[in-house]
Design a binder for this molecule. Structure first.
Ligand code: CDP
Ligand code: CDP
Length: 221
């Protein structure tokens, strides 16, 4: 049997990957993989284990053992809903540090590929098109101006009741982008066969329509 189709959406932090992936999956009736959540959960597990992000073996062990269940409105870790908690910048920043370690990436690889089920999967992250699903029939590289992304993340955090400072966020985003792009293993880079979409001046609906049009044009088998 042929593997289920995958649409990959990779890009820098706060470019809109998660939002677009959810909406596209909903429109197609497909499954969704928020791969960043797995790195964020690993970071949270490290924090709770008393780690500070300097021990690769510890992080890999915790990544391998993650007891996680994705539900429509919750992410359960060991039965506790940590969906809101892992959105904090502290967790995101540590996630991008543990994500640089090959042992952690390796520990999460099979788990990510398990999400590929019929009728299809929309997967968002950094290396969905390059490493995890290199044979995906449609790959999107979603980008946006860093200032626009900082504004979006700022509003998102405020709306969720977290405190946030725009200047700090801009610095965090720049540092995280640089780390994600510069690392040796599975760096953030557009796959050679990816379509780049710049959402700096586009609303969510426009980007969703563009991705769906690309999928129709591709002609689902
Ligand atoms: O997953 P990622 O970090 O790439 O981004 P996100 O959490 O999906 O999106 C960040 C924020 O930008 C969300 O609050 C979206 O509603 C917003 N957004 C937007 O305003 N316009 C877009 N074209 C895409 C996302
Ligand atoms: O929402 P945002 O784009 O800020 O981050 P995320 O997608 O939740 O990912 C958090 C961190 O996990 C990123 O900064 C990456 O370092 C890492 N990550 C990764 O290395 N590979 C992925 N496929 C997804 C996330």
């Amino acid at each position: 049997a042929q593997a289920a189709p995958v649409i990959t959406i990779d890009g820098p932090t706060a470019s809109g990957k998660g939002t677009i992936a959810q909406r596209v999956a909903q429109a197609l009736g497909w499954h969704v993989l928020d791969s960043g959540a797995l790195y964020r959960l690993t970071a949270l597990a490290v924090l709770r284990d008393g780690g500070d992000g300097t021990d690769e073996a510890q992080a890999a062990r915790l990544a391998r053992r993650l007891d996680v269940r994705f539900q429509p409105d919750a992410i359960l870790m060991g039965g506790e809903d940590v969906g809101a908690l892992i959105r904090q910048e502290e967790v995101g920043n540590l996630a991008s540090r543990v994500a640089a370690w090959p042992a952690v990436r390796e520990a999460l690889l099979a788990r990510q590929r398990d999400f590929r089920r019929t009728p299809g999967l929309v997967a968002d992250g950094r290396d969905m098109g390059t490493v995890v699903f290199p044979d995906a029939p449609l790959k999107i590289f979603l980008d946006a101006d860093v200032g626009v992304r900082a504004q979006r993340r700022y509003k998102q955090l405020k709306d969720k009741g977290f405190s946030a400072n725009l200047d700090d966020l801009l610095q965090d985003l720049r540092a995280r982008d640089a780390r994600d792009r510069g690392r040796a293993h599975a760096p953030l880079v557009a796959a050679a066969d990816a379509v780049t979409v710049d959402s700096s001046h586009q609303g969510i609906d426009d980007v969703v329509r563009q991705v769906l049009d690309l999928w129709s044009a591709h002609g689902p088998a």
